[in-house]
Design a protein around this ligand. Structure first.
Ligand code: SPV
Ligand code: MN
Length: 637
């Protein structure tokens, strides 16, 4: 065991930590961990430092302190609390977020929020100086992925926000015991966070000094003057950026994907799909489809294990968008949110006079006044531009442990992960992609489905909403090494695998010319069951210029079996016609995006995109603007 008596930080840490806390730190015998706590205690100057282990007692200490300080307040139902972020701290802040990289790498990072490392480190360290004065800091150890597994990445978080530490306890596997078993010198990710100075409502007030800087050379993230979890919770998007960098150097993948298993009861089969959707595009709703099993809803690691494509959920909980969660559309989550005795943090929703949470699209009557993300709220309240302020923020969220959900897949904690058989890419385009299309092969799926993914911007990111933006792999905000190399790593990952997952593109947002959605929200269940049947080679498909689409009869029987509903051929033909012009425009936008933003993107990829544009344009002469299902070449198996 390492002896820390002569360590340069020992006098400082013994002066700031209780003997119990200090004992817990020393007991692990981990010198880099000791140095991390020492270095940032010296820099941030908290009054005291509390070291957590994996006990329920320490989890309760965190929860009680968050309540005592007013970072969270109790709601009417036992176990439920409410946390508010400031009105300008309601989403991720890309403007304040930077990947710190060597000077030579900055030009290659294109759209990837890069900053020269030394300059960035100096800037953020200056902001962190003395930032925790007057507060206690908590050090909490967690693990990304199941502990003691080929996927595990150990993490240490130091924060002066008990809300952040509490969120981490709900969202991640506890990692103190994992640290105890780690080999000497084994890498772990480090996160330092401070909410900074607080105003009278407990919100971070120095937003001009908000920074989220990831040091990709040293696997450490420093985050200051914010509280919104996407900016503050180290293990979520900060760790994701570090893991993406690491996976790029080691040849595995960290993707912005859910993992779920489609249940085929007739055949006694469970088939795992992972899917990437930009924020607020139906990702959690797909992961949580009634009748199927959930493994994770936001971040997956993929590793090749015994030649197989296997995945784990990095997380152990859900930080989900609450808008539009209601009894009809998301019955499982809705029920969990209504059940007393569950430890759930609501954020940025309305708290009514009955001390219950209310949100947009909840499907129940709500009170006409209460407290919300904007302070006191009342029906008819408007902002400075005279725009009505909704009762809860569109990016308001709930935080809960996955274990509460009835539909959790029993395999979700398996140390070797689950076998992945399908990958789904889903965007939000109201007039382009069909509801589901299977790619011809892995590489074409990556280049034509994943790389061309786009979405209208949403409230999960601060900025204008509703603007069509490129979203390669729904991962643009998190990719932390040059995009061309990232695409290549995706393509090469399956090399040597016997069974490569099929790639599907889905789109739940097709509308008619009056702006109405063409299908109901649960139709996605049919698209997924069709994909499941394809994977098991049970249904034929029609060729399209970009892949394969379902035949009418197969969907008709699935709508019948699953919902007892009719599915008209007319609707089928409208949904599944191949729209040539929008696809030409979409791929052309991708070419422009990669030309500007991915300087390292191989020529070969541009050639594939450009030749696809030529091919589609030529098809227009033969077929006109649309290709009806079945018209393109012949039906294939
Ligand atoms: C997302 O926006 O993709 C989220 C929420 O999952 S956040 O933690 O803010 O990233
Ligand atoms: Mn996410």
């Amino acid at each position: 065991m390492a002896d820390f008596d002569n360590n340069r930080f020992a006098p400082l840490l013994t002066s700031k930590m209780s003997p119990e806390s200090y004992g817990k730190l020393v007991e692990l015998g981990n010198e880099p961990l000791f140095a991390f706590v020492g270095e940032y205690t010296e820099l941030c100057e908290p009054d005291s430092v509390y070291m957590c282990d994996d006990s329920d007692g320490d989890a309760e200490y965190i929860r009680q302190n968050s309540l005592r300080r007013g970072e969270e307040n109790p709601l009417a139902k036992e176990g439920q609390t409410i946390h508010y972020d400031g009105s300008e701290d309601q989403g991720r802040a890309p403007g304040a977020t930077k990947n710190l990289v060597a000077k030579e790498l900055v030009p290659l990072m294109g759209a990837l929020l890069a900053k020269e490392r030394q300059e960035g480190l100096a800037e953020v360290r200056e902001i962190l100086k003395g930032i925790m004065k007057g507060k206690q800091a908590v050090v909490k150890l967690s693990c990304e992925g199941p502990t003691q597994s080929p996927f595990s990445i150990a993490c240490a978080q130091m924060t002066d926000s008990f809300y952040v530490a509490h969120s981490e306890d709900l969202l991640y596997r506890r990692g103190y015991e994992h640290f105890r078993l780690m080999a000497p010198g084994e890498r772990f990710f480090r996160f330092v966070h401070s909410a900074g100075r607080l105003d009278e409502n407990g919100n971070s007030k120095d937003l001009d000094q908000r920074r989220i800087y990831q040091d990709l050379d040293d696997y450490i993230v420093m985050s200051a003057n914010n509280q919104y979890a996407g900016n503050s919770v180290g293990l979520k998007k900060h760790a994701m950026r570090l893991a993406i960098k690491l996976s790029g150097t080691e040849g595995w993948l960290c993707e912005h994907m859910f993992a779920m298993a489609v249940q085929n009861e007739k055949k006694g089969r469970s088939t795992c799909f992972c899917g990437a959707f930009p924020s607020a595009c139906g990702k959690t709703a797909t992961a949580m489809l009634p009748g199927e099993k959930i493994i994770g809803d936001d971040i997956a690691y993929f590793r090749k294990i015994n030649g197989e494509f296997r995945a784990v959920n990095v997380e152990n909980g859900i930080f989900g968008i609450i808008k539009d969660v209601n009894g009809a559309d998301d019955p499982l989550i809705f029920k969990t949110l209504q059940t007393p005795g569950r430890e759930i943090i609501f954020s940025n929703v309305l708290t009514g006079p009955d001390n219950e949470p209310y949100w947009q699209g909840m499907g129940v009557d709500h009170p006409s006044s209460g407290r919300s993300f904007c302070g006191e709220w009342f029906a008819g309240k408007t902002d400075e531009q005279a725009k009505p302020i909704p009762l809860a923020h569109s990016n308001a969220r709930y935080t809960l442990r996955l274990g509460y959900l009835e539909n959790i897949d029993p395999a979700y904690n398996d140390k070797n992960g689950v076998l992945v058989e399908g990958i789904i890419y889903g965007g939000r385009d109201s007039d382009t992609s069909v509801p589901i299309e299977e790619s011809t092969d892995w590489k074409s799926g990556i280049l034509l489905k994943a790389c061309t993914l786009e979405s209208e911007t949403t409230s999960a990111v601060i900025g204008e909403e509703g603007v069509l933006a490129p979203q390669p792999m729904a991962n643009l905000d998190f990719i932390s090494y040059p995009i061309g190399a990232y695409i290549t790593n995706n393509i090469r990952f399956v090399e040597g695998m016997e069974k490569v997952p099929r790639i599907y593109a889905v789109n739940y947002f097709l509308r008619d010319n009056k702006g109405h959605f063409l299908t109901h929200k649960l139709a996605k269940k049919v698209w997924l069951h069709w994909a499941e049947q394809r994977i098991h080679n049970e249904v034929d498909a029609y060729r399209t210029p970009l892949g394969f689409i379902p035949r009418y009869e197969d969907l008709k029987s699935l709508f019948g079996e699953i919902f007892g509903e009719d599915f008209s051929e007319e609707l089928y033909r409208e949904l599944f016609k191949f729209r040539i012009d929008p696809w030409v425009a979409k791929i052309s936008r991708a070419v422009r995006f990669y030309t500007r933003n991915a300087p390292d993107c191989p020529k070969e990829y541009f050639e594939i995109w450009k030749s696809t544009v030529h091919k589609l344009t030529a098809l227009k002469e033969r077929y006109g603007r649309f290709i009806a299902p079945g018209d393109y070449e012949e039906s294939v198996g």
